[in-house]
Design a protein around this ligand. Structure first.
Ligand SMILES: [Zn+2]
Length: 90
């Protein structure tokens, strides 16, 4: 998987060039990855890769480090029932 132009399914070097956007049909917001552990919502843009040969769609996040929960993250819902932060959460 070192060559980003190679399809992860059929192995053809036919991944479409250029940015491909995904949008929801309702509010036209981009698809986001949301992590809801501890009531914390992490929004990270999902980037798709589309193979022009077999149609396989690969998704990856633009900034995976932003999905990590840090001590400065606050729950979006103040009524969220806390569980203690664990070493494994970071
Ligand atoms: Zn393919």
């Amino acid at each position: 998987m070192s060559d980003p132009n190679i399809c992860g399914k059929c192995g053809a070097k036919s991944v479409l060039k250029g940015d491909i956007g995904l949008r929801t049909s309702k509010d036209l917001e981009l698809i986001m990855v949301v992590r809801k552990d501890h009531g914390i919502e992490k929004k990270v843009l999902l980037q798709p890769r589309v193979c022009a040969k077999c149609g396989y769609v690969d998704l990856f996040v633009e900034s995976p480090q932003n999905l990590k929960i840090t001590s400065s993250d606050k729950p979006i819902n103040p009524d969220f029932k806390h569980r203690p932060l664990l070493e494994s959460d970071f």
